[in-house]
Design a protein around this ligand. Structure first.
Ligand code: FE2
Length: 358
């Protein structure tokens, strides 16, 4: 068994216009732009912007040529997450364990260097057309070779790290991928929710969370379940044409300040149903935060045996009903807001209806 995955190193998006996407994530979510890679830095066919906020690293990449495979990727899926990259200490060990247990290789370990030094990189395919890149830094000073500093400061909204990354899978694929993550990357089953936990009168889904032993890496994996109407997971699969990343959850330690800032920046959140706050405190009990502020900012709350959490979800961030972002603050709780599933999904059903997809 290799040393395994240390943490998420970065998340790479493929987008139609990385220059504008960089502006969106800076102005909306408060990321700093820190580096750039493109024709001017010796990468003639693609441009990438690196954005950072505390421990979150996002790369926004746009292909410049029509015959780049990323142009096909974009045509099929629209803007979205293509790569969830991990930092590792033993890249050969991690890569060999994955591939010998059935992961499809995208790129065997290789050394990549520039004036600042060298790193090792490798990558495997996961669900849909999504990749996991491995990065072994070996004391490399910069972010990744080829990037040059291109700083534009954003106004931080207090986002700290990637709390979890959710994948949407086609029907009956969940168990297969849960086993795959265990075998290839040593992420084991942490908790699962069946369609009784996650359903409304009309729609349903199933979800299993795989996690690293230290729980730094948490990947919920969803699949649609049969209901009277179309599951939101099926709507995603129809729009994305295959499995893919449904949402990233960014952790904050002050969700009141974070949501206030994001709302001021114009970030578009899912509405919270009327009446949600009528009985929520009965269910959740004591919290540290000012309850009237939680309600004014329309933040969701949930409690489990270990503690409570506060969370809120954006609407899809592009025109296809695919990728969105969750903001989460945890106070002891290590779960995912099961008590909010019903309220949340009724809201999503209303939006599905407006899109003609229910
Ligand atoms: Fe989530």
């Amino acid at each position: 068994m290799s040393q395994g995955l240390k943490q998420i190193h970065h998340i790479e998006f493929v987008v139609g216009n990385a220059k504008q996407a960089s502006y969106f994530y800076r102005q909306g979510f408060g990321f700093d732009q820190v580096a750039y890679r493109g024709p001017e830095t010796g990468c003639p066919d693609r441009v990438s912007y690196l954005l950072k906020q505390n421990d979150i690293g996002l790369i926004l990449t746009t292909p410049l040529r029509h015959d780049d495979p990323l142009s096909t990727w974009l045509m099929l899926h629209g803007d979205g997450v293509r790569d969830i990259a991990f930092e590792v200490e033993d890249i050969e060990g991690v890569y060999d364990q994955a591939v010998s247990n059935g992961a499809r290789s995208f790129c065997a370990p290789k050394t990549v260097s520039d004036g600042q030094g060298a790193i090792k990189m490798a990558a495997i395919h996961t669900y849909g057309e999504t990749l996991h890149t491995f990065v072994q830094r070996d004391g490399y000073d910069g972010f990744l070779p080829g990037f040059e500093a291109a700083e534009i400061k954003g106004r931080s909204t207090g986002l700290q790290f990637v709390d979890h990354v959710v994948g949407n899978l086609p029907d009956r694929q969940m168990e297969k991928w849960v086993a795959w993550y265990d075998r290839t990357l040593g992420l084991s089953k942490f908790v699962s929710y069946d369609d009784k936990d996650i359903s409304t009168e009309y729609t349903a889904l199933r979800s299993t969370v795989v996690a690293s032993k230290d729980r730094k890496i948490k990947f919920p994996l969803n699949e649609p379940a049969a209901g009277k109407k179309k599951s939101q997971i099926q709507e995603y699969i129809d729009a994305n044409l295959t499995a893919g990343v449904q949402h990233l959850a960014f952790n904050t330690d002050n969700i009141l300040e974070t949501i206030k800032a994001l709302r001021e920046n114009g970030v578009d959140f899912l509405p919270v149903p009327e009446g949600y706050y009528d009985d929520v405190w009965e269910r959740v009990g004591v919290v540290q935060e000012d309850k009237s502020k939680v309600k004014d900012l329309r933040i969701l709350v949930d409690r489990d045996d270990a503690g409570y959490l506060l969370q809120l979800f954006t609407r899809p961030l592009q025109d296809r009903p695919t990728f969105f972002i969750e903001i989460i603050q945890r106070s002891g709780s290590d779960s995912f807001g099961k008590g909010n599933f019903k309220a949340l999904f009724e809201t999503i059903e209303q939006e599905q209806t407006l899109r003609g997809n229910l």
